[in-house]
Design a protein around this ligand. Sequence first.
Ligand code: KG4
Ligand code: ZN
Length: 357
Amino acid sequence: MKKPPSESRRNAPTVLGIETSCDETAAAVVAGGTVLSSVVSSQVRLHRRFHGVVPELASRAHLQKIAPVVGRALEEAGLSRTDVVAFTRGPGLVGSLLVGKVAAETLARLWRCPLIGVNHLEGHIVAAEILPQGGQVPGGRRLRHPFIALIVSGGHTDLILSSRPGRYRVLGRTRDDAAGEAFDKVARMLGLGYPGGPAIDRLAASGDPAAAVFPRPLLPGSWDFSFSGLKTAVFYRLRDEPRPGPRRVADLCAGLSEAVADTLVRKTAAAARRFGVRDLILGGGVAANSVLRRGFLALESEGFRVALPPLSLCTDNGAMIAHAAGRMLAARSRRPRRRSLLAVDPSLPLRSWGCWG
Ligand code: KG4
Ligand code: ZN
């Protein structure tokens, strides 16, 4: 039996979120932090044989999928339209972003409703507030400022300080491979297929990290990251011991996962101490990694408060984009002497209240 809508949901606008920045065509409907529907069409099978995303193929697949994915998201939410439309405006692959942007603009014009462009990284940050489908954002789960967010995905390893809503300062980012990219490249060396992160995570569970210790690239004096050396270290191990058996592969996966997670956790905690921040947020596809999640949660015993996204919302999805837009609107409507959110001129395009720098 469907639960009756909560007070916050009944008063909150419904937001359609469209995400097409990379290789997932995704759409979701969110209202007041409640996920009414979330549909993700993954292109993993399309890109698998290239061991990475081919931009032109990605754009073409988005073109094919965008209408059915949006249609299903609306249908599953039981709606024929929403009050607001949001889309990922960047960063991402330009051809892929364009497909989502044009779809969102078209719907916003058709429905004469507000249109909001969302920063993809902001989406990954607020995903930690969302509960899986049907769930609701409870008060205690609200992100508290100031916080430090670590966004780790196939394209990003960004350490971000947010001192107040809408303000983001990138403290450091990767100088070479992103964390997910390092997992994907090592998985390729080990013959584990693409994307490699989930496979490495699975195998690491039965391996011994002490049997395959890798260096921690901490880059003292900088908040930046560098993971290309780890990939090279695995390459040399495999040169010295070619054709490792399943147990050895599991050890290598465990050792690599520990090295990546330990580096990420230590640098995030060091930044939090340096900036006097207690609240930590993890986001992005690699936030699904079990060693990293454990490492982050362990920081709670040191007095930090840790927010992790649900596993289903770590990789790219429309719910995080819709929720980010819903938060912006709620913040705007709370501000005095401003017009109410639904009075926003529908022809106002691409407004962004986020500030990155
Ligand atoms: O956020 P996302 O869907 O796309 C980007 O914005 O890049 O992240 C995809 C990345 C891939 O590199 C994939 O290998 C990695 O997230 N990933 C994982 C796990 N699940 C996905 N890495 C480590 N452990 C996992 N469980
Ligand atoms: Zn992403």
